[in-house]
Design a protein around this ligand. Structure first.
Ligand code: PLP
Length: 809
């Protein structure tokens, strides 16, 4: 993509500052963190509810970005870069995309519906790319910002576009329609997703069909209500109504007879669930309309595959992290994957394994020039390329190793050469990179704790919304991020620019530092023996006793540091750690005498912030805190950060937010009241599989001590997770349950060390099926209630042998 900026400035009718005379836009960006930002980037400073792109302009300038679209020029930056000043940067991004779209004339298929957009788009791409040079939206880029960014992927060599449009409220589709300008529409289906943004389902339908305003034809499932709102020609399909353009009969579970005009033919679909079959028929109807031959349809449909939309970071062998994107390779998605790599990298060392790239729409030479420069800009340490074309074009680079094929790589490459690095694996389907993933993935039992990084971001933003914009946030990542994963979450928080991290012990902080986390870190329980290591790793101690204070000052002197930041903890009623009132004068006299340490913050901890019936006590704690703090500050003439609130404190007592808050459990999706929980998104899902199923007759029993006696014929499934993984024994013996195929399966008998057994008599299920141990249902909160504890204990009790997988949508 390149275009001249002058036309955009005119098109936007905008004011400018600086000179754009010779600027050619090579890249449009809204993400300040992307390493792909460069002097060819036009950066749009978007304002969200939690982020303001204008805040990042200064640091982008130091990285070489010169051209910005802004709503105002931040202080003192006027001379340092070129600015296009508009009223609304998001609108300007959309207008720019509209302008860019109009430079191209080829047909575009616009896809909308409540679900299935991305799958239908990916499948159509697979089914049509032998015949067309297709450009498509990457991943699920279908929003008010995602669609414009997708459009910039078009270039002059494409001749068919596939773009999705998703909306969450009224008025949005007109904008997307004007950007995408589809001539062919595809409607997947109408469901309840995003209902909350509309006053009624029919209002939502009316909004969605606006995408088809200027279409010549729309493909959809036969449905009078929807069809009535679509003016143009319709290609309909149906399993029941013969008047549909495409009438489909089910022969077998996954075999369909398709009747179209006077033709009829049989297709085998590699799926048997209803949703996949519907999505598949939508694709077939689209292909028929485009005149693709029956034979080609039969052959290509039989090769459809499950679509993995989200990027995942998994644990690899030898302490590596794998980012598995082994099913796609196109230039747009390479750029997205590189950004994800940068955000997720656990180790400084970055490796990419990359196949030939298809469907760029660019001449081969130009494509690999661009690939080379994007890889260089991302500072990839080791580049392994697989495929005849890519190894030819990238061989010039000195950190490139080339292989002709995946099997060559597998034969020649020693897995031991992967150590302590983050590896992005990205290949076109035909390269079967899943074989490489299998090789490099850490082998583990089938139980995993899936962590939804998007939900963490959502929860962080929810608590931010309760605070003044100036209030700092310390996030507690102690106990391995409450069991959710220490480093990965710290990394995400660093990107969200939280102000501090809190850990319990020095070791936890050292681990984070070794992994490259640079945020300030406070250590809650520093032991005297760890003081010098803490100084070496730039960790800041909580100081809660006179002896600790004196010892730390001694170590600071030995280590030759000055003004080392420490955090004073006051005991105001929790009676755990902290200075008591009568010690305050001693603290003051010691600190008056030294400049080896400096008080970075003063804080205390509330004992009952979750229970507002103790409001009086909480107010008392707060007033004791304010009094003691003010004495210290006055005597030492300092104004350190003050903080007292944890998660429930933020929710119940936001008026006590002071300068900073300490967010813990809420980040991980668990609040202390029902009302609070409604606002949070669930973060962790603990999953396993069924190892074996058997049917037992009356008189038999299940498990240790014959705790469950069979009274009528019962189908029992065994699941490889037990108390050594953190499942309480008190959750067994019919108290607890798991979810299998969306149904409750009660736990029978005692939970064993590594296994438990459940009743699946009324559940259709097979060995190998997925089992939800906790997640949406049952929730951690529900389990905690039944086993008489608190969610904190359940979360932090999930054993380290359970593999954590992090994902983002
Ligand atoms: C753990 C901890 C927090 C966070 O508590 P949550 O209830 O999880 O929000 C805050 N402050 C201190 C001192 C803690 O130990």
């Amino acid at each position: 993509m390149t275009f001249s900026i002058q036309n955009i400035i005119q098109h936007l009718n905008a004011k400018t500052s600086g000179s754009f005379s010779d600027f050619i836009v090579e890249n449009v960006s809204i993400d300040s963190r992307s390493l792909q930002n460069s002097n060819g980037t036009l950066f749009f400073a978007l304002k969200g509810s939690n982020h303001d792109g204008h805040d990042y302009i200064e640091s982008l300038i130091t990285k070489g970005v010169r051209s910005f679209v802004v709503e105002y020029i931040p202080n003192n930056l006027e001379e340092k870069a070129n600015f296009i000043i508009v009223e609304n940067t998001k609108k300007a991004l959309q207008e720019t995309a509209k302008y860019y779209r109009n430079l191209f004339q080829f047909p575009i298929i616009g896809i909308t519906g409540s679900n299935g957009k991305t799958i239908v788009k990916e499948w159509l791409n697979f089914l049509l790319s032998p015949d067309f040079s297709v450009v498509r939206s990457p991943k699920s880029y279908n929003s008010q910002v995602g669609v414009p960014l997708s459009i910039f992927g078009i270039n002059e060599h494409h001749n068919l576009g596939l773009f999705e449009a998703g909306i969450s409220q009224n008025g949005e589709m007109d904008i997307l329609e004007e950007i995408i300008q589809p001539s062919i529409g595809v409607f997947t289906y109408l469901g309840s997703a995003h209902d909350e943004g509309f006053s009624s389902p029919s209002e939502k339908l009316l909004e969605k069909v606006k995408l088809f305003k200027n279409c010549k034809v729309v493909v959809l499932e036969q449905n009078d209500e929807i069809e009535n709102h679509i003016a143009c020609k319709k290609i309909t399909w149906s399993f029941t109504n013969k008047i549909a353009t495409v009438f489909v009969e089910k022969l077998l579970e996954n075999q369909l007879k398709v009747n179209y005009n006077s033709d009829s033919f049989v297709v085998t679909i590699p799926f048997s669930d209803e949703i996949s079959i519907k999505n598949c028929v939508t694709c077939i109807a689209t292909l028929l309309h485009l005149g693709i031959s029956l034979e080609k349809i039969q052959e290509r449909v039989a090769n459809l595959y499950p679509v993995e939309i989200r990027l995942q970071a998994k644990k690899g062998i030898n302490n590596c992290v794998l980012i598995d994107d082994s099913y796609s390779s196109d230039y747009q998605s390479l750029k997205i994957a590189l950004d994800f790599l940068e955000q997720q990298k656990l180790h400084q060392k970055k490796t990419i394994i990359l196949s030939d790239i298809f469907q760029s729409g660019l001449p081969t030479e130009r494509l690999y020039e661009k690939v080379t420069s994007v890889l260089q800009r991302n500072n990839i340490d080791r580049i392994i390329v697989i495929g005849e074309t890519i190894s030819k074009y990238l061989s010039e680079l000195n950190n490139v190793i080339g292989f002709q094929s995946t099997s060559d790589f597998l034969k020649q490459f020693n897995t031991q050469s992967f150590q302590n690095e983050t590896i992005l694996i990205k290949g076109a389907r035909s390269f079967n990179f899943d074989e490489i993933v299998v090789l490099l993935e850490e082998k583990n039992h089938e139980t995993v704790l899936e962590i939804n990084l998007d939900a963490i971001s959502h929860n962080l933003n929810f608590y931010k919304s309760k605070l003044k914009p100036t209030t700092n946030i310390m996030v507690m990542v102690k106990a391995f991020g409450y069991g959710n994963g220490g480093f990965e979450i710290a990394k995400l928080l660093e990107h969200h620019k939280v102000d501090y991290l809190g850990v319990a012990f020095a070791d936890e902080g050292i681990e984070l530092r070794k992994a490259g986390i640079t945020l300030p870190i406070m250590v809650l329980n520093p032991e005297n023996s760890s003081f010098s290591a803490m100084i070496a790793y730039d960790l800041e101690p909580e100081i809660y006793s006179l002896s600790g204070l004196q010892e730390f000052i001694k170590v600071a002197q030995q280590k030759n540091v000055n003004s080392y930041p420490i955090h004073l903890k006051l005991d105001t009623g929790m009676h755990r750690l902290g200075f008591e009132n009568h010690q305050i004068q001693d603290v003051i006299s010691i600190l008056k005498e030294t400049n080896l340490v400096t008080i970075k913050s003063i804080f205390s901890h509330l004992a009952t912030s979750d229970d507002t019936s103790f409001r009086e006590f909480t107010l008392e704690q707060f007033s004791r805190f304010e009094k003691a703090t003010s004495t210290i500050c006055k005597s030492l003439k300092i104004s350190p950060i003050q903080h007292i609130l944890n998660t429930s404190g933020i929710f119940n007592y936001s008026e006590m937010q002071l300068d900073m808050v300490r967010l813990g459990i809420g980040l991980y999706g668990i609040g202390n009241s029902e009302e609070e929980n409604k606002k949070l998104q669930q973060v962790g899902t603990l999953k396993s599989i069924i190892s074996q199923i058997r049917t037992l007759k009356k008189g038999e029993s299940v498990g240790y001590s014959r705790k469950f006696m069979i009274s009528k014929e019962t189908k029992v499934a065994t699941i490889p997770i037990g108390y050594a993984d953190g499942i309480r024994r008190s959750w067994g013996n019919e108290k607890g349950y798991v979810f299998i195929n969306n149904q409750k399966a009660t736990i029978l008998g005692n939970v064993c060390m590594d296994m438990l057994m459940v009743d699946v008599t009324n559940i259709e299920c097979y060995e190998g099926d997925e089992v939800i141990i906790f997640g949406e249902h049952p929730s951690v909160i529900e389990i905690a209630n039944v086993v008489n504890t608190i969610p904190y204990e359940i979360l932090t009790g999930i054993s380290q042998r359970v593999k954590r997988i992090f994902f983002k949508n």
